[in-house]
Design a protein around this ligand. Sequence first.
Ligand code: PLP
Length: 446
Amino acid sequence: KVEGEKLNERTIESKNYYANASKHLAGGVASSYQLHDPWPIYVEKGDGPRVWDVDGNEYYDFHNGFGSMVQGHAHPAIGKAVADRYPLGTHFAAPTEDAIVVGDELARRFGLPKWRYTNSGSESTMDAIRIARALTGRDTVMKIFGSYHGHHDTVMVDIGWIDEQEIGPRDNYASIPYGAGVPQATVDMTVAVPFNDAETMEKRIQALDAEGRKPACVIMEAAMMNLGVVLPEDGYLQAVRDITKKYGIILIFDEVKTGICIAPGGATEKFGVQPDMVTLAKALGGGLPAGAIGMTEEVATVVEDGSVYQVGTYNGNPLTLAAARASLLEVMTDDAYAHLAHLNDRILAGCDDVIKRYDLDAYTVGIGSKGCVVFSDHKVTDYESYMANAKTGGKLADLAWLFNMNRGIFMTPGREEEWTLSVTHDDAAIDAYVEAFDQLAAAIRG
Ligand code: PLP
């Protein structure tokens, strides 16, 4: 039953687009993450919880632009803010009132007093790391193995291991570039440790310190969002906070995915552990390219005294910040977060029920507007446990994507991603997802 599942007949127009696109777009897409077998699905439009592809197929959107569209597509409040802003001019490279209002709101949400803007998650993490390096006068960056923090060289390391390359022992992971073109000298400056293991983190810091390579910062997601969803175990984040304080290392919570999506103040609020810096992007701009960096007063000194250039022509773009202001103040309200919690409870319970009825080797995990089904017979707590089930888990996740797409559920491909619900989703959208999952389970068992 599973073998008969193909995407081909209903997405022929996407196939035609792909052929045309491949003439002048490298690989036929705008970004390598948009590639997918047998061809990318080209999208025509979105409205609320739905998207339509160029073949006219209608989907409930659970991909939501890799988690950027927690507000839903074409939200009227954001549309009005952008439409009102446009005739007043869209770019000056000078601050506007919205920059102040959004900064005030982010400070309130994340408990960090000082903010700067960027245009993407990669820019946010790149600048945050430079600020940490400037503050500490150190070069080494510590991250979590398996975490993605964007596409600049420093963090294109230890995201996954490339084929047969060895990851090495847990307390001394190798530094492995993710793809070609990352200079070896940069790779060597980035060191990774396992998630949910504060003891190993401390040991590695001590070893690096002994070599004169104490890290400038630990950059991490408080809840990992690029191995499906992996939650921090009790006490882990506080232990990381204590260790980074003890060794004078800047703690950066990369909240590009969690930031606006899992609570008003993101993972920082949700888990009650205060980092020195927060990086935001994705959902911040309500679908426009946005990014922000939050800092303590102390961290901000190197920006304020001009020793670090935190710059960008489009930083604080008026159109983006008009959208961000409307999103934060009018759309992502307490009621919106309560609605997301209700929806996530419903989708998780529905998928749990399917797993139980079909006795699948799988479990669900979710937080805020995010979640996923993990196809694994053991709990995933870090990259090693994630990879222990790579073959079966990967195959089932690919099949789930295919089943979803064929049943009107637009999803992120692959097992490393998760669903993002939007404030415009309703119970019917959730039930459609669960029904598609039920059909997958039946086919697997069939
Ligand atoms: N940080 C995290 C946690 C991410 O998930 C991503 C993107 O997926 C980034 C940073 C990079 O963001 P962008 O793609 O906007 O550069």
